[in-house]
Design a protein around this ligand. Structure first.
Ligand SMILES: *Cc1c(COP(=O)(O)O)cnc(C)c1O
Length: 360
């Protein structure tokens, strides 16, 4: 087995031993009454987590499967993909790869998506579907969903699909209040569980629209998921160990830690990491501190110029790992994730060790 380095990378994140053990429970049949109980317990807590009374699907796939599914179910005319980083850009490429007519609204990396950009595009009347990455993991930018929602709510015929992969379960996102149609995330980021399952809330409007979708395929057909959901089940054999892990983790999040405490802890970790960076002469890659992600911090390294690759080599000796910048941003930036079950103690410990290594 590889040596256990504590992961401060934006996914996969650390998984607590309790949850790993929960996943090691003996298998159950997925068409049995026990499974129904498991499914229902998970469902109730997912609805609390996402502030919705509607269905929240558990899809055995990485997030991009459901990102593809979202546009295949909900784009019948033309899609606008808003992009301020690598994951958003990739969603545009995935939309194109599905043969869907689409445009991209691109802004410089480090910038947030703003209300006027949504207005500019949706007011053309050309689009019936939009995609947006709420928390851009490549740049550490969190777009202001509440402000954006005021715009898209004026265009009810446009399906609003949100990638919250690196925010869900770490940042409060109110599905119904924000007027969303699809909100999705994998387990390997702020859920602090192993990768393999994608959580996806869908609106009644999205389910209705899916009925007339052409060429949506089978595996990510929302109606198939809905039909099974009504029987507390999934269309195909799910990743049962992940569901055991998710059950245990949701019990922890909702009943032990509490949602408000969890959101507050992420805010606190973000503030501590941002302050640490600024006090050492770095700047933050996000255009403005108010758009900084709560779950990871992307630090601009251009003024201080530490050797990020070497820092990670040194951190390995302390059984920890952070992330270099994403692709072209390598060495120009580096990223410290503070997501999922990472604690204040973990963060203070990591920053202390980095100070020691760098001689700050
Ligand atoms: C990690 C990440 C993804 C990738 O998800 P997969 O599970 O690898 O498909 C997508 N979007 C964002 C914002 C991410 O951070």
């Amino acid at each position: 087995m590889p040596i256990h380095k504590k992961l401060f990378i934006p996914g996969p994140s650390e998984v607590r031993t309790e949850n790993l053990l929960a996943m090691a429970a003996p298998q159950i049949g997925h068409r049995t009454p026990e499974f129904k109980v498991l499914y229902d317990q998970i469902q109730v807590n997912l609805q609390k987590l996402l502030y919705t009374k509607g269905p929240v699907f558990t899809v055995t796939s990485s997030a991009f499967g459901v990102m593809e599914g979202a546009v295949r179910n909900l784009c019948h005319k033309k899609c606008i993909n808003f992009s301020n980083g690598a994951f958003a850009k990739k969603w545009h490429n995935v939309t194109k790869a599905c043969g869907i007519d689409c445009d991209i609204h691109e802004v410089e990396w480090g910038k947030a998506i703003k209300p006027e950009m949504i207005e500019e595009r949706l007011s053309t009347g050309k689009y019936d579907c939009m995609t947006l990455v709420s928390n851009e993991t490549s740049t550490g930018v969190l777009s202001p969903l509440a402000e954006l929602a005021e715009i898209w709510k004026k265009y009810p015929d446009v399906s609003v699909c949100i990638d919250a992969v690196s925010a869900m379960a770490g940042t409060k996102i109110e599905f119904e209040a924000l007027g969303l149609d699809v909100l999705l995330a994998g387990l390997q980021k702020c859920f602090s569980l192993p990768s393999g399952l994608t959580i996806c809330a869908v609106s009644p409007k999205a389910l209705e629209k899916s009925k007339t979708a052409k060429n949506k395929g089978y595996y990510f057909d929302f109606l198939e998921y809905q039909k099974s959901h009504e029987k507390s089940n999934t269309p195909t054999t799910p990743a049962i160990p992940h569901l055991f892990g998710l059950k245990a983790q949701l019990d922890f999040i909702i009943d032990e830690e509490g949602l408000e405490n969890r959101w507050a802890r992420h805010e606190k970790m973000a503030t501590v990491v941002q302050d640490w960076a600024l006090e050492r002469g770095f700047s933050l890659f996000a255009e403005d501190r108010k758009y900084c992600s709560k779950t990871l911090t992307c630090i601009d390294n251009r003024a201080v110029k530490i050797n990020v690759a070497q820092l990670n080599v040194d951190l390995k000796k302390h059984y920890a790992m952070i992330s270099n910048g994403y692709k072209d941003l390598k060495e120009l930036t580096f990223r410290i994730a503070h997501m999922g079950d990472t604690t204040m103690i973990d963060i203070y410990g990591l920053l202390r060790v980095i100070d020691e290594i760098l001689g700050f």
